[in-house]
Design a protein around this ligand. Structure first.
Ligand code: KG4
Ligand code: ZN
Length: 345
């Protein structure tokens, strides 16, 4: 059975095609993504209206490229992200998916985006057991307890303000390093001293929330540091600022992720989202997981960032378990809860 997935919750237009075998084995046939990231660069972050328009322009071409690559004319099911995400962006992908499903006469599945980030784990390696997922991107920063792919998840914690990737992007902007900030800060940090500046680790006191994050104070601390240096005429080392900022982010993320695994007795920590590409995050997560006897799973980079395959993977798992399709009247929900893997309507 051929399952096609459409992703459009943020700035990536993705179409993925998966072959679901009778025994539940999944084979990726196509994974095409167009990103509007460069169109947002001069604004320092994703502009929802620009993202929506870009989805509209890219949907047809990306769909045709994915079908051609997979050698498929008509899939047996069409899935799309219905939330969480940007309202207008979600509407474009979900509307397209419903239109394709209606035209082809095949069922439609309205899928949770965050479940997609988790589902890619089953495309590489063993089936994901009971685990904790740390999802970190420009849009999300969450710790989720996962029973299995396609099952309702439980949110253990999330950011109270900026997402981890957003913090990278904002710090990059104030250092004049451009957008997106993650890759350039990661590169410069490698040449800096991560202990040079003691930036704050928010919500790490005993009395603080165990699983929530906050990054806006850290961003402000970096701004204050740079402003003070300018005022006093000191030359700063951008490399040291990057390394120290990155250490503060990754220290808290990995400490809380391992703690969450221990709290819910999970043997596996799964990383997802664009920030999962970060070299220090991976290094520190590996060190701390090994010390705690936890297995770390990091999907390959194209599967960490937003794509259509992740949506097809959730739908394929649900179809394999006999889930009913969504009604074509089902809406999109920018604030869709993690407890809902499939919106049936
Ligand atoms: O998942 P993604 O491609 O898109 C969404 O946010 O939906 O993630 C993009 C985010 C950006 O904030 C970018 O700065 C960050 O991921 N990022 C990184 C790295 N590569 C990308 N952050 C830290 N280190 C990296 N190497
Ligand atoms: Zn995402």
């Amino acid at each position: 059975m051929i399952v096609l997935g459409i992703e459009s919750s943020c700035d990536e237009t993705g179409v993925g095609v998966i072959d679901l075998a009778a025994d539940g084995t999944l084979t990726v046939l196509a994974d095409k993504v167009a990103s509007s990231m460069q169109q947002h660069a001069r604004f320092g972050g994703v502009v929802p209206e620009i993202a929506s328009r870009a989805h509209l322009e890219e949907m047809g071409p990306v769909m045709r490229a994915a079908l051609a690559h997979a050698g498929v004319e008509r899939p047996d099911a069409v899935a799309a992200t219905v939330g969480p995400g940007l309202a207008g962006a979600l509407l474009v992908g979900a509307s397209a998916a419903k239109a394709y499903a209606a035209a082809w006469g095949v069922p439609f599945y309205g899928v949770n985006h965050l479940g997609g980030h988790v589902a890619v784990a089953n495309l590489e390696g063993d089936r994901l057991p009971h685990s904790v997922a740390l999802l970190v991107s420009g849009g999300h920063t969450q710790l989720l307890e996962v029973e299995a792919v396609g099952k309702p998840m439980r949110e253990l914690g999330s950011t109270l303000d900026d997402a981890a990737g957003e913090a990278y992007d904002k710090v990059s902007r104030l250092l004049g390093l451009g957008y997106p900030g993650g890759p350039v800060i990661d590169r410069l940090a490698a040449r800096g001293d991560r202990n040079a500046i003691a930036f704050p680790r928010a919500l790490t006191k005993k009395s603080d929330s165990r699983h929530d994050f906050s990054f806006s104070g850290l961003k402000t601390a970096v701004a204050r540091y740079v402003e003070a240096a300018e005022r006093e005429g000191r030359v700063i080392s951008v490399e040291d600022v990057c390394a120290s900022f990155q250490e503060a982010v990754c220290d808290v993320l990995t400490m809380k992720a391992v703690r969450a695994c221990q709290d819910v007795d999970a043997q596996v920590l799964l990383l997802g989202g664009g920030v999962a590409a970060n070299s220090r995050l991976r290094e520190l997560a590996l060190q701390r997981c090994q010390a705690a006897g936890i297995e770390l799973r990091v999907p390959s980079f194209p599967l960490c960032t937003d794509n259509g395959v992740m949506i097809a993977a959730v739908a394929a798992q649900l179809i394999h378990e006999g889930a009913s399709p969504s009604a074509l009247t089902v809406g999109t929900d920018p604030g869709l809860e993690v407890e809902i893997p499939l919106l049936q309507g």
